[in-house]
Write a protein that binds this ligand. Structure first.
Ligand SMILES: NC(=O)C1=CN([C@@H]2O[C@H](COP(=O)(O)OP(=O)(O)OC[C@H]3O[C@@H](n4cnc5c(N)ncnc54)[C@H](O)[C@@H]3O)[C@@H](O)[C@H]2O)C=CC1
Ligand SMILES: O=C(O)[C@@H]1CCC=N1
Length: 698
C-alpha cells in the first residue's frame, strides 16, 4: 500500500493497510507508535529537500523518525551534489540494510563506451572518436564536428567546429559562457583546439536547428518498469528549445521545455508523428539496455537528436535527470511517476491494480486527526490520479525474480552515495590487490563495499581496513556474498585458494583472475558454475592509471563483460583482448612498469658523481611523467618523438648510439618476450597440475 504526502516528497510503501496507517501516522501526523515492520520501499525525491517543502520536507520527516524501521528499498531521486543531511540519511539507510536505488551513472563517456560494447544500439549511437591528436581532426569524415568534453554537464565545453570556411568554433566554453569565433585559417581553428587534445571527443554533427534558428534536442524520461525486469516505462517526452544564436538547447542558459505536441504544432516538419514513433522505439530500446547495465538505476533521462533522415540518435544518458523540464509539462507527471513506483516497489513483475477508492479510504483513515495533513489538503490539489494504488505481492516471489535478474550480470555505477551491497571481493591481499583497492576507493567506490580475504596474516587485513575502510573477511567462503570476485594470489596458489569457493560460486558470480598465465579453462575447472575472466592490470591502478588487458571466454554475455570492464575502467584504462594475447599483455602492461623503472634506475646511476642522488631522482621522475603525458596527448609514432629530441650531431644521438651498439634496446624486446615466455610456462604448469589432480580436461 502506498500513500504519500503532497507534494510528493516522501512515498511510503508497505505491504498491508495497517502497516501503512501506522507508518503514515507516525511519520506525518507525529502520533502513534512506530511501526514494527519495515516498509517495503520509500521514495526520496528531489522536492524532499528540507527547504523545498517546509514542514513536509520528506527527508527531514524521515530523518526525524529515526527509530522508524528502515525500509527494504529506497528509491532516491536527488540531483547531486547531495546535501550533508541527505548523505547522512542515505548512509544510515545503507547501514541498516536498505537497498538504495538511484544516483548518478558513471560519466557520460563511460556510459557511451559501455553501450558501444554491448553492440546492441549501434544504429542509435552517434559516430564518435576521441580527439587525441590534430590528425583526428584532419581525418574527420564530416564537414563539421561537435567537440565534447569526456565528462561535464549543462553543455559546458560543448562546441561545434566547422572544418571548412568559415572556420567556426561555436558553443560554450568550460565555464559555460557562450561564444562564437570565426578563424581565418583551418590551422588557427586547429590551434584553438590543442588544449582539448586528450580530454575531449569528436561527434557527428546533427542538424538540430529549428527553421527560426533555435537549437533543440529531445529528452525522454524513463522509469524502470519493475525491479526484476529491464523493461522501461516511458514517462514523458520533452523537447528542449534553446535560445536563438546558441548552439546547444540548454535549459540552464535560458531555453524552454515544450511537449512534443507543442513542438509539432510550431515546427510541423520536425515534430512529425513518424519521428515521434521512431524516438519512442529508440528510447525504449536504449532504456532497456541502460537498466540492464546499471541495476541500481531506476529513472533515466535520455537525450536524443535526429539525423537529417529523421533517425533518432542518442546524445547522452542522465542518471539524475533534472526535473525542470518535467514540471513544465504539467502537474500530473510526478503522480504518474509515483504510480509507477508502486509497481516498482511492491510488485516486481506483475502489478495488481486496485481501485482508487481503496487508496482514498486508506488515506482518509491514516490522516484522521492529523493536523499536518489537513493543512496540506487545504493548500494543495490532490495530484494523484484515481487509479493510484497497488497492492503488494508477497516479497518472496519478487526477491526470487530479482536475484534471477542479477544473474545476468550488470554494471554497478560509482554512485555519489555509497553502494549498500558488497560489490567486489578480493581473494588475496598482496601488492596488486592493494593497488586496485586504493584505485577503486580513489574512484569513489565505498571501501565498505569491498570484501578482502587472505590466507594468513590477519593483521594485513586490518591494515587494509584501516587504510581504505574495506571489510576483512576471515572466512574465505564469505566472499561468495560479493557478485564479483578478484583473485589476486600467485599463480601457484590459485587451485588451493579457489577450493573453498568451488561449490559456493554460481552463475550469479564473476571470478576475475589476475594470476599471470593461469588459463580461463583452468579457472572454469576450478569454479565450474561461475562466469570467469582474466585481467592483467599493473600497479599504477593505485593512482587510477593502470593499463589493463582483459580476456573472457567466448560465450560471456555482454553484461558480464561490461561489469568487469567497468571495474577496471575505474582504475585506469581497460581493453578487451583475446586470451591468446594475455601472455604478451602480461609482459608489456603487467611487468612493463618494472622494466621502465629498472631503466630509469640505470639512467640515474649514469649521473653518479655529477648530480646529488635526490636531485637526479627528482629530475628523472618528472622527466618520466612528462614524457608519458606528452605521448598520451600527442600519440605520434615513438620514432617521431625521438626525432624531435635528437638533434643531429647532438647529445641524444650519441646516447642512442650506445643503446643500439650495446644491444640495450634489443635487450628490452627480449625482456618482454622472456616475460611472456614465463607466462606461457606458468600456464603449462597449471594445466599439468590440474591434470595430475583430476585427469585431463574434458
Ligand atoms: N604485482 C603486480 O604488479 C601484478 C601481479 N599480478 C598477479 O597478481 C597475483 C598476485 O600478485 P602480488 O599481489 O604481486 O602477490 P603477493 O604475494 O603480494 O600477494 C599474494 C597474496 O595472496 C595471498 N594468498 C596466497 N595463497 C592464498 C590462499 N590460498 N587464499 C587466500 N589468499 C592467499 C597471500 O597471503 C598474499 O597476500 C599474481 O598471480 C600475479 O601474477 C597481476 C598484475 C600485476
Ligand atoms: O611478475 C609477475 O609475475 C606479475 C605479473 C605481472 C606483473 N607481476
Amino acid at each position: 500500500m502506498l500513500l504519500l504526502p503532497s507534494p510528493p516528497a516522501l512515498a511510503i510503501v508497505t505491504r498491508t493497510l495497517g502497516e501503512y496507517v501506522s507508518a503514515f501516522r507516525h511519520i506525518l501526523c507525529r502520533s502513534g507508535p512506530a511501526p514494527k515492520r519495515r516498509a517495503d520501499a520509500v521514495l526520496l525525491a528531489a522536492n524532499a529537500r528540507p527547504n523545498a517543502g517546509g514542514k513536509l520536507a520528506g527527508l527531514t520527516l524521515w530523518g526525524e523518525a529515526a527509530f522508524f524501521p528502515p525500509p527494504r528499498r529506497a528509491y532516491v531521486s536527488l540531483a547531486p551534489p547531495l546535501q550533508r543531511k541527505e548523505r547522512q540519511l542515505l548512509f544510515r539507510l545503507k547501514r541498516s540494510g536498505t537497498e538504495l536505488f538511484g544516483g548518478p551513472l558513471p560519466n557520460k563517456t563511460t556510459v557511451h563506451e559501455l553501450l558501444v560494447r554491448t553492440g546492441e544500439a549501434d544504429d542509435l549511437l552517434p559516430y564518435r572518436r576521441p580527439l587525441t591528436s590534430l590528425r583526428d581532426l584532419e581525418e574527420w569524415p564530416f564537414p563539421a564536428a561537435v567537440v565534447k568534453p569526456r565528462a561535464g554537464s549543462r553543455g559546458r565545453g560543448v562546441r561545434l567546429a566547422t572544418l571548412s570556411p568559415p572556420y567556426l568554433l561555436w558553443g560554450q566554453d568550460a565555464h559555460g559562457l557562450s561564444f562564437r569565433t570565426a578563424y581565418q585559417r583551418r590551422e588557427d581553428l586547429f590551434a584553438a583546439l590543442v588544449p582539448d587534445l586528450g580530454g575531449t571527443f569528436l561527434e557527428e554533427p546533427l542538424p538540430l536547428l529549428t527553421p527560426d534558428g533555435r537549437p533543440y534536442d529531445v529528452r525522454v524520461f524513463l522509469l524502470r518498469e519493475a525491479a526484476c525486469a529491464d523493461r522501461p516505462y516511458l514517462l514523458a517526452v520533452v523537447v528542449r528549445l534553446g535560445l536563438r544564436g546558441r548552439f546547444t538547447a540548454n535549459l540552464h542558459t535560458g531555453g524552454t521545455p515544450l511537449s512534443f505536441r507543442e513542438f509539432a504544432r510550431r515546427y510541423p516538419d520536425l515534430g512529425t508523428a513518424e519521428r515521434k514513433e521512431r524516438l519512442r522505439k529508440a528510447a525504449v530500446r536504449v532504456g532497456a539496455l541502460v537498466f540492464r547495465l546499471f541495476p541500481r538505476a531506476w529513472e533515466v533521462g535520455l537525450d536524443f537528436g535526429f539525423r537529417a533522415t529523421g533517425e533518432p540518435v542518442l546524445l547522452e544518458v542522465n542518471g539524475t535527470p533534472g526535473r525542470t523540464s518535467l514540471r513544465a509539462l504539467g502537474a500530473d507527471l510526478p503522480a504518474r511517476r509515483l504510480t509507477r513506483l508502486l509497481r516498482l516497489g511492491l510488485s516486481p513483475c506483475a502489478a495488481e491494480r486496485y481501485p482508487g477508492s481503496v487508496v482514498g479510504k486508506a488515506r482518509a483513515r491514516a490522516g484522521r486527526g492529523c493536523p499536518l495533513l489537513r493543512g496540506l489538503s487545504a493548500r494543495t490539489k490532490d495530484p494523484y490520479p484515481r487509479e493510484t494504488g497497488t497492492i503488494a505481492q508477497t516479497a518472496a516471489g519478487g526477491r526470487e525474480r530479482a536475484s534471477k535478474g542479477r544473474e545476468e550480470g550488470a554494471v554497478v555505477g560509482p554512485w555519489s552515495y555509497r553502494e549498500p551491497l558488497a560489490e567486489v571481493g578480493f581473494l588475496g591481499a598482496g601488492r596488486i590487490a592493494e593497488a586496485l583497492i586504493a584505485g577503486l576507493v580513489a574512484s569513489g567506490t565505498d571501501g565498505g563495499s569491498i570484501l578482502v580475504a587472505n590466507r594468513t596474516r590477519a593483521e594485513r587485513l586490518d591494515e587494509l581496513a584501516g587504510r581504505y575502510g574495506v571489510r576483512p573477511v576471515r572466512n574465505v567462503s564469505d566472499l561468495a556474498r560479493a557478485p564479483l570476485i578478484v583473485l589476486a594470489v600467485k599463480p601457484k596458489d590459485v587451485p588451493e585458494a579457489l577450493s573453498p569457493l568451488r561449490d559456493l560460486l554460481g552463475p550469479e558470480h564473476v571470478l576475475v583472475s589476475l594470476a599471470a598465465g593461469v588459463p580461463l579453462a583452468a579457472l572454469t575447472r576450478l569454479v565450474p558454475k561461475a562466469a570467469v575472466a582474466r585481467a592483467m592490470p599493473n600497479t599504477a591502478a593505485q593512482v587510477r592509471a593502470s593499463a589493463t588487458g582483459i580476456a573472457f571466454p567466448a560465450e560471456t554475455p555482454s553484461a558480464v563483460r561490461g561489469r568487469v570492464l567497468d571495474l577496471f575502467s575505474r582504475v585506469g584504462s581497460a581493453v578487451e583482448v583475446e586470451e591468446r594475447a594475455m601472455d604478451a599483455v602480461t609482459a608489456l602492461a603487467g611487468s612493463g612498469p618494472a622494466f621502465l623503472y629498472a631503466a630509469l634506475e640505470a639512467m640515474v646511476q649514469g649521473t653518479e658523481g655529477a648530480l646529488a642522488p635526490e636531485v637526479a631522482l627528482r629530475l628523472a621522475r618528472q622527466m618520466f611523467a612528462g614524457a608519458a603525458r606528452l605521448w598520451e596527448v600527442d600519440p605520434a609514432p615513438l620514432a617521431e618523438h625521438i626525432r624531435r629530441i635528437a638533434s643531429p650531431g647532438g647529445t641524444t644521438e650519441r646516447g642512442l648510439a650506445v643503446l643500439r651498439e650495446t644491444g640495450a634496446l634489443s635487450a628490452f624486446s627480449r625482456a618482454v618476450a622472456a616475460a611472456a615466455e614465463r607466462a606461457a610456462e606458468i600456464s603449462a604448469d597449471v594445466v599439468r597440475f590440474l591434470e595430475g589432480k583430476d585427469g585431463p580436461a574434458p
